[in-house]
Design a protein around this ligand. Structure first.
Ligand code: ZN
Length: 321
């Protein structure tokens, strides 16, 4: 078997390597955060150089199957991506803004089934494999988080999953997608994102709306500059969190509200903004009416979450992750 996503390896080595790899990556990220927060003279310009800049996001919700990790043996070669398992039809999103440069069957040598390649500039590419449905055309310009395809089981696979690759330097130069995204504040497969001061984009706007709802009015301009950072630090301090201005899992979990039809306010604007990043296409009016209710349910459905119309922590994490 030399397929990228052939049957999972059955050796004990590979089975045990997968979860430990994930722990290692996450542990490394956590340790790095502590180390940076402990540097007293760190300036905002130093923070601005972070890769956790809001430009990357999770391409699909799911779990890591045994033997589906980057570098897993595949006959004479090795697995070039990370598999994320979920059911056929699960939404697949662009991991970052870019241009669809390949779309079709076996569009990268050695890959089988329907795939997409997005170019993100500066020699960076992402590949999405085994798709059931394409939701973008060839040469389309896509935004980070845009719904680009549906998960499937096309090509040589044993079941539906997304085969996700990150290429850095040139198309064909793959790197571990889990650590690549972790360095950019993204938990591949699902979970809260992390953004640092200097970040930009829709996720920052969602934070700004939420902070406004928490009592400090911010302009939702999508620019995570000093005014917004200071407001987040104030919020973190009041909640007993590390007041470093980094919006990570603990801060997100404290910041979001559980929202449902009838809710109104800046927090609903935050939710609507986050859903729009995932192609919901609704008005950001702060009114959780029937349109937003429908958008939340659709989002939950295509992401295989519990479809109850309530935007609780899992729905929020999926939307801003
Ligand atoms: Zn794969």
């Amino acid at each position: 078997m030399c397929e990228q996503c052939g049957p999972a390896e059955t050796s004990q080595d590979v089975r045990s390597a997968d979860p430990s790899r994930r722990k290692l990556v996450l542990g490394l990220g956590a340790g790095l955060g502590v180390a940076l927060a402990g540097v007293p003279a760190l300036t905002s310009s130093a923070w601005a150089a972070t890769l956790k800049d809001g430009r990357w996001c999770n391409p699909a919700l799911g779990y890591f199957p045994s033997g589906g990790h980057y570098g897993a043996p595949r006959g004479s070669s090795s697995h070039a991506g990370q598999d994320v398992t979920n059911s056929t039809g699960t939404a697949v999103y662009a991991a970052a803004a870019g241009t669809v440069i390949r779309r079709g069957t076996a569009v990268v040598p050695g890959r089988t089934g329907n795939g997409l390649v997005i170019s993100h500039g500066s020699g960076r590419y992402t590949y999405y494999g085994h798709l059931s449905v394409f939701r973008v055309s060839l040469n389309a310009t896509v935004a980070a988080g845009q719904w680009i395809a549906d998960m499937g089981a096309t090509g040589n696979v044993t079941g539906p999953h997304l085969h996700f690759e990150t290429h850095s330097g040139a198309l064909g130069t793959t790197v571990n997608p889990v650590s690549y995204l972790a360095a950019r504040g993204v938990d591949l497969g699902g979970g809260w994102s992390t953004i640092d001061p200097g970040a930009v984009g829709a996720t920052v706007k969602a934070v700004q709306h939420l902070i406004t709802q928490r009592g400090t009015t911010l302009v939702a301009d999508g620019d995570y500059g000093s005014v917004s950072v200071n407001a987040v630090k104030k919020f973190q301090a009041a909640r007993g969190l590390v007041a470093d201005g980094q919006v990570g899992p603990k801060t997100w979990a404290s910041l979001v509200y559980s929202l449902k039809q009838g809710s109104s306010g800046a927090h609903v604007r935050g939710l609507q903004t986050a859903l729009n990043k995932r192609s919901a296409g609704i008005a950001v009016d702060g009114d959780f009416g029937s349109v937003t209710n429908s958008a939340v349910r659709t989002y939950q459905s295509v992401n295989r979450l519990v479809v109850d119309g309530v935007a609780g922590p899992k729905t929020w994490a999926a939307a801003v992750g």
